[in-house]
Design a protein around this ligand. Sequence first.
Ligand code: F6R
Length: 257
Amino acid sequence: MAEVVIVESEAQAGEIASALIARLVHSKPNAVLGLATGSTPLSTWKALAARNLDLSKVRGFALDEYVGLPPGHPESYRAVIDREVVIPLHLTPEFIRVPADSGPLEFAGEEYENAIVDAGGIDLQILGIGVTGHIGFNEPGSSLASLTRVKTLTDQTRRDNARFFNSIDEVPTHCITQGLGTILRAKHLVLLAFGSAKAETLAKAVEGPVTASLPASVIQLHPNVTVITDEAAAARLQFADYYRAAWNSRLEWEKAD
Ligand code: F6R
């Protein structure tokens, strides 16, 4: 079962997630991070920036990228990662990869997988969760063993992400995303979820059956998962009292800060 941490606010979640990253980087300065985009990880990047750590040796792999946006588009995940992660955290730009950032698209999935393996694998993968149950852009029906590849976005996800564009027509129909199998290979998964719109999906992901119909449920197959959620997103969790008790009775060595 995943460790589930229920907190009061996104800021508190960011503190906890950033403490996990800080502990990792302390023991491994060239740690490999998996980087989610979207709104969810912003409090983590903010809290991490406030720690003023030397992150110059950290390597990073974005979870996904849109296909079809013109190079340099401000909502491409390359641009978002640069703006929200690389610059504020003083990461070394050459160490941060985004899918399909080099070479032809048809070989980009395999190339990205090889690059992750060459880096020694992802140590800590930050994840958000979509209302459809996606992690990365693995929409319902994605193989639980899938690797980085091009996918079609659901209309729901395009509607959810239209807030970053002038209209839904500008939201790409395709993406390239780490697969669920790629995500499972990371050594530690940290999944964040905020707000009531995520409550039902989060409960299914954490406590429902493992199924490709709810791709985030694949986290149940991973031995080292931390789910950090606010009260609103935790509202449908059946075992919330147990999660709270487990978090409040952590042993000293289990605490990141
Ligand atoms: C982003 C990603 C997606 C988002 C998810 C939640 O790189 O892979 O899975 O994490 O769509 O998006 P937000 O955080 O904007 O609610």
